[in-house]
Design a protein around this ligand. Structure first.
Ligand code: ADP
Ligand code: MG
Length: 679
C-alpha cells in the first residue's frame, strides 16, 4: 500500500490538524500507518442479557428500546444530566448520562440500541451510568478498542480507520505473494486489514490475526537475517586455533571449565572459514570479562586491533580498568574512549587508533563516531548487547573489514527469545560460576520493617562492608531525579555516621564516574542509586542491597541488580521492600526470592510479564512489534522463522514479486536506525 503510506492522515474525513497531531502521537501520521494501528482489544457485544438477569456491579450488554426522549436537568456545579428509561420488553432500566448534550438527538424514542456499561441501582430498579451504546441496525457484535489518547477516543479512531479502509485501492498489492500465502494458509492483506479492525466473528478475527502476526514476524526475521548475512564473508582475520595459554598465565585465578570452553569455541571460530559471530551468555558474575580479555589478547597477538563497546560510561570505565590492568603488563596498549574524554585526548586516541598503536579500545557508543578509524580492526565485542540498537551493532563492525563479532549478554535471555534476536549467532553459555561464590540471601519485607533493615545494613557497615540502596524511581525524569536526592537525604539521616554517595542517570558522566569510583575504592560506604548501577558494576566489598519499591521492577532487572552483590568472599544479602498487596506481584517477588538461577528467572519473567522487559522500549534492540506477541505467538514465530529461512536460502526475496515485502522490512527497521538493513 505505498500510496496510503504517503497519504497524510489529515486527508481522512474528520481529521484536522489538531487531531492529526494526536494520531501522530499514536504512531499513525499517514492513512497507511493508521491501518496498521491495530485494536489493542475487542469488546464482545453479541452476548447481551436480559435486564432482569444482569448482575449488579458487573459490566453487561443489554439490547433495549428507548421508552421516552431523554430529559435534561441541570444539577449542582452546572452539570447537565440526561435521563431516560429503556426496556427490553421484559423489564426496564434507567440510563443516566452526564454533560453530553447530544444524547437527546442520539437516542431516539422507540428505537433499539445495544447498551454496554456497569450495572448499578438496586435489585428492583437497575441503572447504568453513561453506558456506551450502538444502534442495533449497524451494530457489529465485536467492537474494536484502540489505544486511545487524551482527546482522541477509541470510537474516533475506529471511524477514521473505517474511512481509511474505503480508500484501499481496488488492486491492493499484497506483500505476501499468492504462493506463499497458500503454503502457510494465510488470508489476503485486504481481508486481514478489514477484519482485524472490524471482525464479525472470533474465527474471522483469528484468521486475520494469524496472517498479520505471521507477516510481522516474517518481516522482522528477514530484516535480521539480512543484517546478519551482510556479515557472512570470508575470514579476513584468521588466528591460529590454539588455546591462549599465555593469557591464562596473566590471570590471578584459574579459568573455570565453562570459561575455557567458551574461549576455545571462540578461538575456533576465529580460526575458521568465516568471521566469528558468537554470543556469550552468562549469568551475572560468571566471568565474561575474562573470556573477552582472552580473545582481545589473541587478536592483538596476531597483529590486529580489538574494540569493546559497553552501554554506559561506568561500565566502559570498569572494563577499561580491569582489562588494562590485565593486558597492559603483557605489552598491549589500551585506551578508553567515551563521550566525556577531553577533545585533545580524543584526538590523540583517534590518531593512535588509525596508526594501530592502540591495540585495544574500550568505550561507549562514542566508538561508532565518524572520526574513529582503525588500522586493522579484527574483533568487535559488545557487552550487554541487547541494550544496543540493531543499527549500532553493525555500525561498529563496519569500522573494520568484516571483523569477528562477540556479543556478551548478562541478562539470561529465554531460549525462545534468543532464537528471535540472535537467530544465527553461535552461542556459548557460561553455566558455571567461579569457585567460592556464596548464594545471596534474599528477603522480602514490607516498609514497616525498613528500620530493622537499616539496622542490619549498619551492622555490615560496622564490619567494614559496603552496601547499595536502590531508589524507587525507574524513570529518570526531573521528578525522578528529585526523589533520588530526597531519598539520599533520608538515608543520610538514617546513617549519620556513614559516608553516602548518590548516583542517578541525570548526572554528568564525569560526576557519575567520581561517585562510582569513590564507592569502588571504598571511600563511600553506601551508594544510593537508581538502576544506572544495574549493569556490570563490580565492587566485591559491597555485600548488601536494599531495593525500595521492588514491585516496580521486572524479575530480570532485579536479578541484574542483585548480581551487583555476592561478588566477593563475604556472605551477601538482598532485601526487597514492597508495600504491594497484589497477589500476583507478591508471587512474582517470592519466586525471585527463592530462585538464584538467572535463566529460570528469565523464563518466569517472560511468562509473567511478557517480552516487554527484554524488548521494551528502554532496550530498543528490536523494532516495536505492532501485533505479534512473543510470549503467546511462539508457534506462529516458528512458522515465520521457517519461512524466512526458506526465502533467504532461495534468494527469493530479490525477485520482483517480493518488492512489497522488501518495503515492509525497510519500513519496520527505518524507525530503529536500521542502517544495517541492506535491501
Ligand atoms: P560478568 O560475567 O558478570 O561480567 P565478571 O567478568 O565481571 O562477570 O566477573 C566477576 C568477578 O569474578 C570478577 O571480579 C572477576 O575477576 C572474577 N572472576 C572471573 N573469572 C574467575 C575465575 N575463573 N575464578 C575466580 N574469579 C573469577
Ligand atoms: Mg560484566
Amino acid at each position: 500500500m505505498p500510496s496510503l503510506f504517503e497519504m497524510d492522515i489529515t486527508k481522512l474525513k474528520g481529521v484536522g490538524e489538531k487531531r492529526a497531531k494526536l494520531f501522530q502521537k499514536l504512531g499513525a501520521p499517514t492513512a497507511g500507518d493508521l491501518l496498521r494501528l491495530y485494536p489493542r482489544a475487542y469488546e464482545d457485544w453479541s452476548l447481551h442479557t436480559l435486564i432482569r438477569e444482569t448482575v449488579l456491579n458487573d459490566i453487561a450488554v443489554i439490547k433495549a428500546s428507548v421508552l421516552r426522549r431523554p430529559t435534561e436537568t441541570r444539577v449542582r456545579g452546572g452539570k447537565l444530566l440526561y435521563r431516560t428509561v429503556v426496556t427490553d420488553g421484559d423489564s426496564d432500566m434507567v440510563l443516566t448520562f452526564f454533560n453530553n448534550r447530544y444524547i437527546p438527538s442520539l437516542l431516539k424514542e422507540g428505537e433499539t440500541y445495544l447498551f454496554r456499561g456497569k450495572v448499578t441501582g438496586t435489585l428492583l430498579r437497575r441503572e447504568m451510568i453513561s453506558p456506551e451504546f450502538l444502534a442495533e441496525s449497524k451494530s457489529l457484535s465485536i467492537q474494536p478498542i484502540y489505544p486511545a489518547t487524551q482527546g482522541l477516543s477509541s470510537r474516533q479512531i475506529a471511524s477514521a480507520v473505517q474511512n481509511a479502509l474505503t480508500l484501499l485501492p481496488e488492486q491492493l498489492h499484497d506483500p505476501l505473494p499468492d504462493k506463499l500465502r497458500e503454503q502457510y494458509h494465510l488470508c489476503t492483506l485486504r481481508y486481514a486489514l478489514e477484519t482485524i479492525h472490524f471482525p464479525k466473528t472470533p474465527e474471522e478475527l483469528a484468521t486475520a490475526r494469524f496472517r498479520l502476526t505471521f507477516e510481522e514476524f516474517l518481516v522482522l526475521q528477514l530484516g535480521l537475517l539480512r543484517i546478519k548475512s551482510g556479515r557472512k564473508q570470508e575470514n579476513l582475520h584468521p588466528v591460529p586455533n590454539t588455546f591462549p595459554e599465555g593469557f591464562a598465565q596473566l590471570l590471578p585465578f584459574s579459568l573455570t571449565g565453562a570459561q575455557r570452553r567458551a574461549i576455545s569455541e571462540a578461538v575456533g571460530d576465529m580460526a575458521g572459514e568465516s568471521p566469528m559471530n558468537r554470543l556469550i551468555q552468562g549469568d551475572v558474575g560468571s566471568g565474561k570479562t575474562a573470556v573477552a580479555a582472552a580473545l582481545c589478547w589473541t587478536v592483538t597477538q596476531n597483529g590486529m586491533q580489538a574494540a569493546l563497546m559497553a552501554p554506559t560510561e561506568i561500565l566502559a570505565a570498569q572494563h577499561y580498568s580491569s582489562l588494562s590492568a590485565l593486558l597492559e603488563p603483557a605489552g598491549i596498549h589500551c585506551a578508553l574512549l567515551t563521550g566525556s574524554v577531553k577533545p585533545s585526548q580524543k584526538k590523540k586516541i583517534y590518531e593512535s587508533l588509525a596508526t594501530g598503536e592502540i591495540q585495544l579500545v574500550i568505550g561507549t557508543h562514542a566508538l561508532i563516531g565518524d572520526k574513529v578509524e582503525f588500522q586493522n580492526l579484527g574483533l568487535v565485542i559488545t557487552d550487554e548487547q541487547h541494550r544496543f540498537g540493531v543499527g549500532q551493532r553493525s555500525a561498529l563492525a563496519k569500522k573494520g573489514a568484516s571483523p569477528h563479532l562477540l556479543v556478551m549478554s548478562a541478562t539470561p535471555i529465554p531460549r525462545t527469545l534468543a532464537l528471535m534476536v540472535y537467530g544465527d549467532l553461535d552461542v556459548s553459555v557460561l553455566d558455571e560460576l567461579p569457585p567460592g561464590r556464596q548464594k545471596i540471601e534474599t528477603y522480602l519485607i514490607d516498609p514497616q520493617k525498613r528500620k530493622r533493615a537499616f539496622t542490619y545494613v549498619q551492622k555490615h557497615l560496622d564490619q567494614g562492608r559496603q552496601g547499595y540502596l536502590i531508589c524507587p524511581l525507574i524513570d529518570e525524569d526531573e521528578s525522578g531525579m528529585m526523589s533520588v536526592l530526597q531519598y539520599g537525604e533520608t538515608v543520610k539521616e538514617a546513617f549519620p555516621n556513614a559516608t553516602v554517595g548518590v548516583l542517578h542517570g541525570k548526572m554528568k558522566p564525569a560526576e557519575k564516574e567520581q561517585v562510582m569510583e569513590a564507592f569502588s575504592r571504598g571511600e563511600t560506604q553506601l551508594l544510593v542509586s537508581t538502576t544506572v548501577v544495574e549493569v556490570g558494576v563490580d565492587v566485591p566489598n559491597a555485600v548488601i542491597m536494599l531495593i525500595e519499591n521492588a514491585e516496580r521492577y521486572g524479575l530480570s532487572q532485579l536479578h541484574q541488580l542483585r548480581g551487583r552483590i555476592g561478588r566477593g568472599k563475604y556472605l551477601s544479602t538482598c532485601i526487597l521492600i514492597t508495600d504491594s498487596q497484589n497477589e500476583e506481584t507478591l508471587k512474582r517477588l517470592k519466586l525471585f526470592r527463592d530462585t538464584s538461577d538467572g535463566f529460570a528467572i528469565a523464563e518466569a519473567d517472560l511468562k509473567l510479564r511478557g517480552p516487554g522487559d527484554f524488548f521494551g522500549q528502554r532496550q530498543h534492540g528490536l523494532p516495536q512489534l505492532k501485533i505479534a506477541d512473543m510470549t503467546t505467538d511462539m508457534e506462529v514465530l516458528r512458522q515465520a522463522q521457517q519461512c524466512a529461512k526458506e526465502l533467504s536460502a532461495s534468494h527469493a526475496l530479490d525477485k520482483e514479486e517480493y518488492k512489497g515485502l522488501r518495503g515492509e522490512i525497510r519500513r519496520l527497521f527505518a524507525k530503529t536506525g536500521g542502517e544495517g538493513v541492506v535491501l
